[in-house]
Design a protein around this ligand. Structure first.
Ligand SMILES: NC(=O)c1ccc[n+]([C@@H]2O[C@H](COP(=O)([O-])OP(=O)(O)OC[C@H]3O[C@@H](n4cnc5c(N)ncnc54)[C@H](OP(=O)(O)O)[C@@H]3O)[C@@H](O)[C@H]2O)c1
Length: 252
């Protein structure tokens, strides 16, 4: 995720200098190789002492250690860790100002979405700085912290769920005789085009479904199978389970 966010910021904001730190030095080299303005840090503390905003992009399980390595910082810290609440973050670095963010991996191609919640002491200027940088990767919404587990289950984990659905379409295309690469293109461009139509024209999902469903046609025939199944319920339970896991991670 750190690489994905850095890629988007490097693309969108040429004025920004990135100061990456990783426990493995070769990962810092990767940033230096791929982005134009990078000054790798020798110690994690450098990432808060020499920057206006520091993103902690480590697994929730290693976050306490990573934050403790930053020392008694008063800096502006962004946590992207799934499930870890602001109160807990503040406990690791009591003097810091925290913003909790839930991004997603489409950040790699500038198509991220997600949400953020500012913690105690975060100023309007801090919020603007963080949103301005992170939104290089795609739109973020501001939500109450109580909604962050839901955002994690929906858009944080969502790319994996959509990819699983896409695999089903690709497999069906193969069964119908299409080459793998053709089935993949038709599936993925259909997903992308559907999303673009819904986003850009503002249609409801129901309106779009009706538009594609001619009486007696192919879509209606397919929908008879889809809508007689429990696919909608399975998707609902999938997202709710991911959100519940986010809550569990916060308690661990
Ligand atoms: N992946 C997603 O789709 C996604 C989506 C939304 C949010 N998130 C959140 O993003 C965070 C990062 O996830 P990720 O998938 O990018 O994790 P990741 O692939 O494990 O990347 C974290 C990097 O930080 C390094 N690291 C470990 N301890 C460190 C320390 N003390 N100081 C500095 N660097 C350290 C890790 O090295 P080692 O490999 O040697 O441990 C690794 O290179 C997680 O909290 C996750 O909940 C992820």
């Amino acid at each position: 995720m750190a690489y994905a966010l850095a890629a988007a910021i490097a693309r969108g904001r040429q004025d920004v200098i990135l100061v990456p730190y990783d426990t493995q030095a070769d990962r810092i080299e990767l940033f230096k190789r791929d982005f134009p303005r990078v000054e790798g840090a020798a110690h994690p503390r450098q990432t808060v002492e020499e920057t206006r905003l520091c993103v902690a992009a480590v697994k929730p399980q290693v976050l306490p250690r990573a934050l403790q390595d930053l020392g008694e910082t008063r800096g502006l810290l962004v946590s992207i860790a799934a499930g870890v609440p602001l109160a807990k973050l503040q406990g690791y670095c009591p003097l810091a100002r925290f913003i909790r963010v839930m991004p997603n991996t489409p950040a790699l191609v500038g198509e991220m979405t997600g949400a953020f919640t500012p913690g105690l002491g975060v100023s309007a200027e801090d919020r603007e700085l963080a949103a301005g940088l992170l939104q290089c990767a795609g739109p973020l919404i501001e939500v109450e912290e109580s909604l962050m587990d839901g955002v994690t289950g929906l858009s944080g984990s969502g790319p994996a769920f959509f990819a699983r659905l896409a695999q089903g379409f690709i497999d069906a295309g193969r069964e119908l005789g299409l080459e793998e690469s053709d089935a993949r293109l038709l599936t993925l461009q259909t997903m992308k085009g559907t999303a673009a139509l819904l986003l850009e024209r503002g249609y409801s999902c129901e309106a779009l479904i009706s538009m594609v469903s001619s009486p007696g046609g192919t879509t209606l025939a397919g929908r008879e199978i889809l809508e007689a199944s429990d696919a909608g319920e399975v998707i609902r339970r999938t997202v709710l389970r991911a959100a519940a896991r986010s809550r569990e991670l916060g308690g661990e």
